[in-house]
Ligand binder design. Structure first.
Ligand SMILES: *[C@@H]1O[C@H](CO)[C@@H](O)[C@H](O)[C@H]1NC(C)=O
Ligand SMILES: *[C@@H]1O[C@H](CO)[C@@H](O)[C@H](O)[C@H]1NC(C)=O
Ligand SMILES: *[C@@H]1O[C@H](CO)[C@@H](O)[C@H](O)[C@H]1NC(C)=O
Ligand SMILES: *[C@@H]1O[C@H](CO)[C@@H](O)[C@H](O)[C@H]1NC(C)=O
Ligand SMILES: *[C@@H]1O[C@H](CO)[C@@H](O)[C@H](O)[C@H]1NC(C)=O
Ligand SMILES: *[C@@H]1O[C@H](CO)[C@@H](O)[C@H](O)[C@H]1NC(C)=O
Ligand SMILES: *[C@@H]1O[C@H](CO)[C@@H](O)[C@H](O)[C@H]1NC(C)=O
Length: 460
């Protein structure tokens, strides 16, 4: 005989399902013992009052807990205008669902900071740089997360100045970490960055998870996530619409990058969705002079995007791009499915044109693409051919007006297997068929498990 549930049990079940639907916990690399709200430090979330000093005060205060379980700063629902501020170690910035951090358009709210040693000069202008909105240097164990709150760079101001060539410093980024270890950016939405969105540099153990990045597709240099001279990077479940590369892996610019000599290596990218009509889903370069090695891309989708996993280099860049593994691409409306560029000539003054890059071991497999203009544009350098290119199990459907020459290959060497349309002579078909390599081991960072931390409650 089936008994009806007692009313209190039913209520209890309902309550607990409501609570878990609200998410009582969030996943992070570390949980924190102490919690405070921006309001505790005098924050005003009206979208007009500047909170720059409030953020600085809050971080300075909470840094006192670093040796005692760490602290999280909750940004409650509201619009919190601020200029640049710095984070501290063993710290979490937690954005509630309807919280928006609004970047100030008042230049006096942005410090001037030194040029990056691996770049030598500024990217936008020869002078210095504006500090990023949220910056950290020489930190360990820092988290930026929440219940999908927003950080809005209000980039229109900077894009206009950039286009009118009125800037004498390089534009700020939304988030930058330097010389840091154990950094996580997760479950937040980032919009309209003045320039790049997320820039970890000279850092290790970087997690970017469940991040939505949105910028107009014609906005200048709004790259999504740019790991730069970093080791152990895990990027997963991100959705990016931008005016430049959704992800760009870098390691310094020409003679400065060669001298600094710090590669980016051991990068895992999974479940990325990218829309970027004039750029790549994932670029390797163009600043690759410190080297890029061991990048693994899986299960990635690009729609209305110019190219997919693209190498950008040129004589003068030196360095290397090697051991790149791509597996599982689902593509729609793509100009070039495979693109390697050897004349990406934007150089700083005084570069060495004889510094040739080494491009070696570039593997792509399991690719389905439709509405494609040209299957492949693969250019090496005459006295420096790009070798070890492997492309297997590829099904490309062409657009209504495709290029006549589908595979344009020069100064490269490698193989293909089971690709349509048929590849160029420089990539002969392997018989019997093969799968291009993809590592069977896992990167240690892929196996790092997140902790479940209690969602901060009743913080105002
Ligand atoms: C800041 O830190 C001090 C201890 O160093 C503490 O007494 C104070 O309550 C903290 N909070 C605020 C809002 O200032
Ligand atoms: C953040 O730290 C950097 C490096 O120490 C410094 O140059 C910059 O002025 C700081 N920014 C703010 C807003 O205090
Ligand atoms: C940060 O670390 C770098 C590299 O170890 C070091 O050169 C620099 O002096 C450090 N900066 C600070 C502010 O500690
Ligand atoms: C987060 O917010 C963005 C922007 O509103 C939205 O597109 C995205 O789907 C949201 N993500 C989640 C997991 O709710
Ligand atoms: C940069 O430009 C600002 C105003 O646009 C000006 O005040 C400043 O003096 C300039 N700095 C240099 C180094 O030219
Ligand atoms: C195919 O791609 C072209 C651009 O090459 C685009 O204009 C068109 O809308 C796309 N068609 C479909 C069905 O997505
Ligand atoms: C093929 O690529 C080479 C250089 O990479 C270029 O010069 C040539 O114009 C291309 N050919 C066609 C037909 O697109």
């Amino acid at each position: 005989m089936i008994m009806p549930l007692p009313w209190f049990l039913a209520l209890l079940l309902l309550l607990s399902s409501l609570l878990s639907a609200r998410g009582e916990s969030y996943a992070a690399i570390s949980c924190r013992k102490h919690t405070a709200s921006l309001v505790d430090f005098g924050g005003v979330g009206d979208g007009k009052t500047s909170n720059t000093e409030v953020f600085k005060r809050a971080v300075a205060n909470l840094s006192g807990h670093a040796e005692d379980g760490g602290a999280q700063l909750v940004v409650p629902a509201g619009k919190w205008l601020t200029g640049s501020f710095n984070l501290t170690s063993h710290f979490t910035l937690y954005l509630e669902k309807d919280a928006t951090i609004l970047a100030s358009q008042d230049e006096s709210e942005w410090p001037h900071v030194a040029i990056l040693p691996s770049y030598g000069i500024g990217r936008d202008a020869p002078g210095g740089r504006f500090g990023s909105l949220i910056f950290g240097t020489n930190l360990t164990d820092v988290v930026i997360t929440g219940n999908n709150g927003t950080i809005d760079g209000q980039g229109t101001y900077w894009w206009d100045k950039f286009k009118k060539e009125e800037l004498n410093l390089t534009r700020p980024y939304i988030i930058e970490f330097m010389y840091s270890d154990q950094v996580q950016i997760a479950h937040v939405t980032l919009v309209d960055s003045p320039s790049w969105f997320v820039h970890p540099i000279y850092s290790s153990n970087i997690f970017v998870q469940g991040v939505t990045i949105l910028a107009p597709v014609n906005s200048p240099n709004t790259d999504g996530i740019n790991p730069d001279s970093c080791t152990n990077v895990r990027i997963e479940d991100c959705y990016i619409v931008s005016g430049d590369d959704c992800i760009a892996i870098k390691s310094g610019w020409d003679q400065y990058g060669i001298k600094f000599g710090m590669p980016t290596k051991h990068v895992s990218i999974r479940r990325l969705t990218c829309i970027s009509p004039d750029s790549a889903a994932i670029a390797l370069g163009s600043e690759m002079s410190g080297g890029i090695q061991d990048v693994r891309v899986e299960t990635t989708s690009a729609i209305n995007t110019e190219s997919v996993v693209r190498i950008k280099t040129a004589p003068g860049r030196g360095g290397y791009v090697k051991d790149i593994f791509v597996k599982g691409l689902l593509l729609k409306t793509i100009k070039y499915v495979f693109w390697i560029t050897s004349n990406y000539n934007s150089h700083p003054p005084g570069y060495d044109p004889n510094a040739l890059p080494v491009i070696q071991g570039i593997n792509y497999r399991d690719v389905v693409a439709e509405n494609v203009t040209q299957s492949a544009r693969l250019e090496g350098i005459k006295e420096d051919p790009f070798t070890g290119i492997c492309i297997s199990n590829v099904d490309i459907r062409l657009s209504e007006k495709p290029k006549e020459l589908q595979w344009n290959c020069t100064d490269i060497a490698g193989v293909t297997s089971n690709v349509t349309p048929e590849a160029c002579d420089l990539l002969p078909e392997k018989k019997p068929a093969i799968d291009c390599p993809f590592p069977t081991d896992r990167l240690p960072i892929e196996d790092v498990e997140m902790k479940l931390c209690p969602v901060p409650q009743n913080v105002r």
